[in-house]
Ligand binder design. Structure first.
Ligand code: ADP
Ligand code: GLC
Length: 494
């Protein structure tokens, strides 16, 4: 089974969020099951700068297609490269005019989307479809698995070829976050090289604009998202971001497959970023990680303090605007907070102010830093993920592994992965963290109070901690689900 994996991020080379962790975990797990997996990404500098070998493949196709013109792109070609420490071959779309710029893959240094994002990601989509039509004479995928709106046009171009009676691979599209849709003015449509009739509500038009997400949801053979609960949530208006109707139409093609944890990166037993390694049977290293975290965040070195941690993008999705409103009580109860995050400027400032108001009890790092993320996840007692919505969420899975109890809202993947410390769940031995429903300071505070209550019962605390540390959310399980899906789409593929 040959699988082309189309995405924009790959840990550790380029990461803005969980998408990068998924590529680095899932693609090798599929390979381990016997799939032949290659990745396709834009040649962003963060990737190009690390290439160790490169082979030119071909320019992207131009000109007349069976349905009309190919997309109108600046010169673009494909190379096949290898990256250090990453075993799978990677195709890069080389288009310096589109990708060779500093900073974030999606936004400029002013925080605004790059003005030519429609063309930038159409080129990625077109390259995916071209590979599916034999652009590399040595390698033809059976299935193309695309991730998030950036890769959303691949299923559309593949469908255009299929409707012209040409052989095409099957397509699978994974929604990592329906909130980001790749919406562009309808005037961009003419450049995209899609069949003219598709600029229509029954095609990819979305309230007068063009939607790359809708293109994928309309034309992919299968749609997945990253947890079973989010798969249900997005078929209803509250979480459907206007696409719930289409998702309901495609309910038979939609499923939720839970993300996993990459054991090579997030495992306290071999994490070189910690002061000492630890596991469920030997927790001294966790105590060391806690005091190291307190020192790093200038928190009072109190072993008895209940330390809450946050590692997050600071966007409305993550619900962290609730946190400043409960901090006074959290501190008054003897708790501490170590927060690592970046994003919304007002929220950043609110946390910086909180650290000034509560010296020695609230520590804040604004920025993006992998070693500090490990320090927080390992050293905190509780990780806070009070999200408004959460397709899967990875930090709560990492926290479970590190004996850090997740405190989460009952939503999306958080609801699927954390079991609340109710008395009956404690009694039955199923509890792994704290779960609340009401998206309000009172809702969050209720769960924070329960964390303090459990912390005063060390035997119960450690039973919950042990249970979480022994759970396994692995990529092998997710990969088995995807492989079964590929096989159902292409039963004869070897
Ligand atoms: P999302 O993809 O919505 O941001 P996830 O929980 O799926 O949420 O994944 C977030 C990933 O990004 C995790 O690997 C987390 O450790 C990492 N991360 C988030 N914020 C930061 C930060 N400020 N510094 C370092 N890593 C971060
Ligand atoms: C998105 C979601 C997050 C998910 C990640 C990886 O960024 O916000 O919930 O874990 O993708 O699938």
């Amino acid at each position: 089974m040959k699988v082309l994996y189309v995405c924009t991020e790959l840990f550790p080379f380029l990461k803005t969020g969980g998408l990068a962790d998924v590529s680095a975990g899932l693609a090798p797990a599929l390979q381990a099951l016997g799939c032949e997996v290659r990745l396709l990404l834009p040649a962003f500098p963060a990737i190009s700068d690390q290439v160790i070998s490169t082979r030119p493949i071909a320019p992207l196709p131009e000109g007349q297609m069976p349905w009309g013109q190919a997309p109108d792109l600046p010169p673009a070609s494909l190379t096949l490269i290898t990256l250090p420490g990453f075993e799978l071959p990677v195709y890069l779309v080389q288009a310096p005019a589109l990708y060779d710029r500093p900073g974030n893959p999606y936004v400029g240094s002013d925080g605004q989307d790059w003005a030519d994002n429609a063309v930038r990601f159409a080129a990625l989509g077109w390259a995916g479809a071209a590979l599916g039509r034999g652009l590399d004479p040595d390698w033809l995928p059976d299935v193309i698995h695309c991730h998030d709106w950036h890769a959303g046009l691949t299923p559309a171009y593949v469908r255009a070829f299929a409707e012209a009676n040409q052989d095409t691979p099957a397509t699978v599209f994974t929604i990592h976050n329906l909130a980001y849709q790749g919406l562009f003015p309808a005037a961009e449509f003419a450049r995209l090289g899609l069949p003219k009739a598709w600029l229509d509500v029954n095609g990819i038009e979305f309230f007068g604009r063009v939607s790359f997400m809708k293109a994928a949801l309309r034309y992919a053979d299968r749609i997945t998202t990253v947890s079973p609960t989010y798969a249900r949530e997005i078929m209803a208006p509250a979480q459907g971001h206007g696409l719930d109707g289409l998702l309901r139409e495609r309910a038979n093609a939609l499923s939720g497959v839970l993300n996993g944890v990459d054991d090579q990166v997030w495992n306290p037993a071999n994490d070189a970023l910690l002061p000492a390694r630890f596991d469920a049977d030997k927790l001294q290293g966790k105590t060391l990680a806690k005091s190291a975290l307190q020192a790093k965040f200038s928190l009072e070195p109190r072993p008895a303090a209940l330390v809450f941690g946050v590692v997050s993008r600071l966007t409305p999705q993550k619900g962290l605007h609730l946190l400043p409103q409960v901090l006074a009580e959290l501190v008054q109860r003897g708790g501490q907070l170590a927060l690592l995050g970046q994003g919304d400027l007002a929220l950043e400032q609110a946390f910086v102010d909180a650290a000034v108001r509560h010296p020695g009890q609230v520590g804040v790092r604004i920025g993006y830093d992998e070693p500090t993320a490990h320090a927080v996840i390992a050293g905190a007692d509780v990780i806070l993920v009070p999200s408004e919505f959460e397709p899967c969420g990875l930090t709560q899975l990492y926290a479970l592994r590190y004996g850090t109890l997740p405190l989460v809202r009952r939503i999306g993947g958080l609801a699927d992965t954390v079991v609340d410390c109710t008395l009956e769940n404690l009694d039955e031995g199923s509890a792994t963290g704290f779960v609340f429903d009401d998206m309000s300071p009172a809702g969050l505070l209720g769960a924070v109070r329960r964390a303090f209550a459990l912390f005063r019962r060390p035997d119960d605390w450690s039973a919950v901690q042990q249970r979480g540390m022994r759970l396994r959310f692995d990529w092998h399980t997710a990969a088995l689900h995807y492989l079964a899906m590929y096989q159902s789409l292409r039963p004869s593929a070897k």
